[in-house]
Design a protein around this ligand. Structure first.
Ligand code: PMP
Length: 443
């Protein structure tokens, strides 16, 4: 009996008691291969001595000092580290405790920027269908995930949505990837014109869609065109790198691979790699300068902004990724993992697409690969695979993309950057066994 109000009341979940490298240990005596870090959180795996030491050292010196009164060394150093590497002009960094808080801050920054510049009519946000940017009311308002929105529709703020850039589902057979990228991006222009450009504050999108579409990468040129449209109409571009950032796709920021410079970038999960709850928002110097030369300050804040121990942990995670050349390792592992998954899962005959970048890989499952027909949502296939994978002592992240009938179930695979080939072989073979078990049950 437990008093915890967890997200799946009634489900009986194992109690995690230990973690080492790619493995998580539970009180039921089992060791789970953590192939998704929950949802792409774990960058260095579990029990990393350097990060643990950084936390111990900072906590024993000074765990926390409120940012209304002080700044602190780890937050200053982490801000410097990120600002020196971010694909954003003259960046300023604000910390928070996770992804949803980062989205909230990004939306408010965009709004504050326009008000400071004398354009208070700009209050409309444009996002994409089948997206997820967080669970708080503001962040959920700009999330195009029907299932997560449904219980709260009446209290969400208005937002406009365009289709995601999702070639597997939306590219015409006779269309080049470039032409599709252009067509998909032009939907933003149409939406801005429909809303009235003078009313639009910002467009928010994940450079690689993690949470709801299973590692969907944009078509070539898509984000360049998006960026051009945003500039034309004075709309800010917010890149949500909460899941795909911090090295996950093989570059520190995923948007680096799109050759664009957003106005605002959000990040979280891989920033602290799970060692401490931490997120961040980077805003361009232009956004920052407008706000400070307008009202003079940004009316926003949380108690744990710039938490010293959290920043010390994140700094240790980021320095380790850089000093141990883990981005190169991720780029080497990418084709290995994709090949292993094709070999292991191909024989199920249900693999619509295996896609992604770096160590953010999605597997879309379909009933018929020729017609791309998804499994019916009521089958809850992805959830069944998550359960079957746990029975194989494997952690992968499920997503029932079928909610709106437009895409299939996905499995997200996002192992820690320190994974080796032998770990990935285990991921592929265990996942194949899990999928086969589920398919045999529903056949
Ligand atoms: N944005 C994206 C892209 C995410 O994947 C998530 C979490 N899955 C969030 C925002 C929200 O982050 P958090 O759960 O840390 O609040």
């Amino acid at each position: 009996m437990t008093s915890i109000f967890h997200r799946s009341p009634g489900a009986s979940l194992p109690t995690a008691i230990g973690g080492q490298g790619v493995w998580l240990e539970a009180s039921n005596g089992r060791r789970y291969l953590d192939a998704s870090g929950g949802a792409a959180v774990s960058a260095l795996g579990h029990g990393h001595p350097r990060v643990i030491e950084a936390i111990r050292e900072q906590a024993s010196k000074m765990a926390f000092a409120h940012t209304a009164f002080f700044t602190n060394e780890p937050s200053e150093q982490l801000a410097e580290f990120l600002a020196n590497r971010a694909p954003i002009n003259a960046p300023r960094v604000m910390f928070c405790s996770g992804g949803s808080e980062a989205t909230e801050a990004a939306l408010k920054l965009a709004r504050a920027y326009h008000v400071a510049r004398g354009e208070p009519s700009r209050s409309v946000f444009i996002s994409r269908n089948q997206s997820y940017h967080g669970a708080t009311i503001g962040a959920l308002s700009v999330s195009g995930n029907p299932g997560r929105r449904a219980p709260y529709l009446d209290i969400l703020a208005p937002c406009r949505f365009i289709d995601p850039c999702y070639a597997y589902r939306h590219q015409y057979a006779d269309e080049t990837p470039e032409a599709y990228g252009r067509r998909a991006a032009d939907k933003l222009e149409a939406e801005i014109l429909a809303a009235g450009p003078e009313n639009v504050a910002a467009f928010i999108a994940e450079p690689v869609v993690g949470a709801t579409l299973g590692a969907v990468t944009a078509a070539p040129g898509y984000f360049q065109r998006i960026s051009e449209i945003c500039r034309t109409y004075g709309v800010l571009f917010i890149a949500d790198e909460v899941m795909c950032g911090m090295g996950r796709t093989g570059s520190l920021f995923a948007v680096e691979q799109e050759n664009v410079r957003p106005d605002i970038i959000t990040m979280a999960k891989g920033l602290g790699g799970g060692y401490q709850p931490i997120g961040a928002v980077l805003a361009s110097g232009e956004v920052y300068d407008a706000i400070v030369s307008g009202p003079g300050y940004f009316e926003h804040g949380h108690t744990y902004i710039g938490h010293a121990t959290a920043c010390a942990a994140a700094l240790a995670v980021q320095r380790t990724i850089e000093e141990e050349s883990l981005l190169e390792h991720i780029l080497e592992l990418h084709p290995v993992l994709v090949d292993l998954l094709h070999q292991a899962l191909g024989p199920t005959g249900m693999i619509g697409e295996i896609r992604g970048r770096g160590l953010l890989i999605g597997v879309e499952l379909v009933r018929d690969t020729a017609t791309k027909t998804p499994f019916p949502p009521e089958m809850k296939l992805a959830a069944a695979i998550k359960k079957a994978a746990m029975a194989q002592d494997l952690i992968v992240y499920p997503n029932s993309g079928c909610v709106d009938g437009r895409s299939g179930d996905h499995i997200l695979i996002a192992p820690p950057y320190i994974a080796e080939r032998s770990d990935l072989e285990q991921v592929a073979s265990r996942l194949a066994r899990a999928i086969s078990t589920v398919l045999a049950e529903v056949a």
